[in-house]
Design a protein around this ligand. Structure first.
Ligand code: ZN
Ligand code: ZN
Length: 263
């Protein structure tokens, strides 16, 4: 299994527009974060999870030439607004893109992209075949994705657990969540890698703080965890000297373009 971190920035991206971004070293390219999404290659099947507004550029930079299935974790703008750029993948495959999401996510897709669904779809544009995410999704090739609902204010998020039978590896992707439910903690137990929402040091009503994400990495007993959906208040270069890094040696920060190979 291979995980490509397409973006790991919060909803406005990092650095913020029209803002001083105090404390952030802009000479470090790892502090330039596009909006959050990942690309997962599991049993040879390419799964794109969310499409940030920068999705097209993320595909070019990371040389993503295949998307076989698409998962929308929830319908917030920073996750849904790049979906029109699934167009070339539909053209290349000659069929509608299989899309899996929540009921709210499905409504959002139908509201934003009515021209891509059913009889409205036309050749040469995107065509989306949208389904509700089942409890367990069996992908072509044999990869299995289990889902759980994560609390995220008025818009719940799909938490995703990827399991690759040929390697026995387990990858957990829990973005955009205020906390982890008991079910989410149980499903993630002993994972090889977890990517967890850790917005910023201080309280937020719908996201975990970075401290809470570190605590949760221990709760789920992740062999390795990384933080995503970060604001400008988290500087990549300063992390190794932080108290959290000392207290949680199995936690690191994501960066755009990061590749994690599990074999
Ligand atoms: Zn988000
Ligand atoms: Zn969100």
């Amino acid at each position: 299994m291979e995980i490509i971190v397409m973006g790991c920035g919060t909803s406005q991206g990092v650095p913020l527009v029209a803002h001083d971004n105090p404390g952030l070293d802009l000479s470090n390219s790892k502090n330039w974060r596009t909006r959050t999404s990942v690309h997962v290659i599991i049993e040879g099947h390419h799964v794109q999870v969310d499409a940030a507004p920068e999705f097209r550029l993320q595909c070019l930079v990371n040389r993503i030439n295949d998307v076989d299935s698409f998962i929308l974790t929830h319908g917030h703008a920073d996750h849904v607004l790049g979906m029109d750029d699934l167009r070339q993948f539909c053209t290349n495959s000659g069929k509608a893109m299989p899309v899996y999401t929540t009921a709210q996510g499905k409504h959002r897709i139908e509201a934003i992209y009515p021209y891509a669904i059913g009889a409205m779809a036309s050749p040469g544009y995107i065509e989306l075949d949208v389904s509700l995410f089942p409890k367990e999704l069996k992908l072509p090739g044999g990869g299995i994705v289990t889902s759980t609902v994560l609390p995220h204010g008025s818009e719940s998020t799909l938490g995703l657990i990827f399991y690759e039978p040929s390697t026995g590896k387990k990858f957990v992707y829990y973005t955009d969540c205020k906390t982890l439910t008991r079910e989410a903690i149980a499903l993630a137990q002993d994972c090889d890698v977890a990517i967890l929402d850790g917005l910023r040091p201080n309280f937020h009503p719908t996201h975990m703080t970075i401290g809470k994400a570190c605590e949760m990495s221990v709760e789920i007993n992740a062999k390795q965890a990384y933080i995503t959906h970060m604001t400008y208040q988290i500087d990549y270069g300063k992390w190794p000297e932080s108290e959290l890094a000392a207290a949680y040696p199995k936690v690191g920060l994501c960066y755009d373009g990061q590749r994690i190979v599990l074999k």
